[in-house]
Design a protein around this ligand. Sequence first.
Ligand SMILES: O=P(O)(O)OC[C@H]1O[C@H](OP(=O)(O)OP(=O)(O)O)[C@H](O)[C@@H]1O
Ligand SMILES: O=C(O)c1cc(=O)[nH]c(=O)[nH]1
Ligand SMILES: [Mg+2]
Length: 195
Amino acid sequence: MTSDEVLDEFRAAGALLEGHFILSSGLRSAVFLQKMAIFTDPVRTAKVCAGLADLIRARYGAVDYIVSPAVGGIVPGYETARALGAKAIFVERDPGGPFALRRGFRIPHGARAVMVEDIVTTGLSSRECLAALRDEPGEVVGAACLIDRSGGKADLGMPLAALVTLDIPNYSPDALPPELAAIPPVKPGSRALPG
Ligand SMILES: O=P(O)(O)OC[C@H]1O[C@H](OP(=O)(O)OP(=O)(O)O)[C@H](O)[C@@H]1O
Ligand SMILES: O=C(O)c1cc(=O)[nH]c(=O)[nH]1
Ligand SMILES: [Mg+2]
């Protein structure tokens, strides 16, 4: 699946939002990729995740487990695992705490796993997810996402395969351009705001 085809799906689903957004990292942006507009449509989700599965197969070979960070990663992780014939598990937070594998989820000895994110902005959530997997017996061989909006700059400490790479500006809350400062901000994601 080409980058343009994926972006066409986001556009058609109404997932490309403009406004003033507080991102998971605390940074601000005038653009938000509302992946849930895709994930509420199983047909569209299956299409983009089949594309991600092809990319993962080409980049990392055979995969036994897909591991994703909750909440946004769960649906694409599951659907990508289905396309790959792999298992799907996820990390989640105790409120305010770090990501952890719960519910008896493990990456067993000898298994090859890929971490699947929905959107990568700074790579913070991906790094936190990978940190939660460090002591698992199986091997995390790489990471993948639908959209890397860092322009390829996010450093996960391991390879990241992205179906689409965009370079979307983010701003510190104390250095907003005036047109952004004029719009009341909204925070769409699930990570708690600091304080
Ligand atoms: O690369 P980063 O700077 O970490 O930003 C990207 C993360 O932000 C979103 O998650 P969020 O924490 O908003 O919660 P959600 O998964 O519930 O949407 C998205 O799902 C990624 O996990
Ligand atoms: O950085 C984020 O929190 C973020 C950006 C984006 O475009 N979409 C999303 O779901 N999260
Ligand atoms: Mg997330």
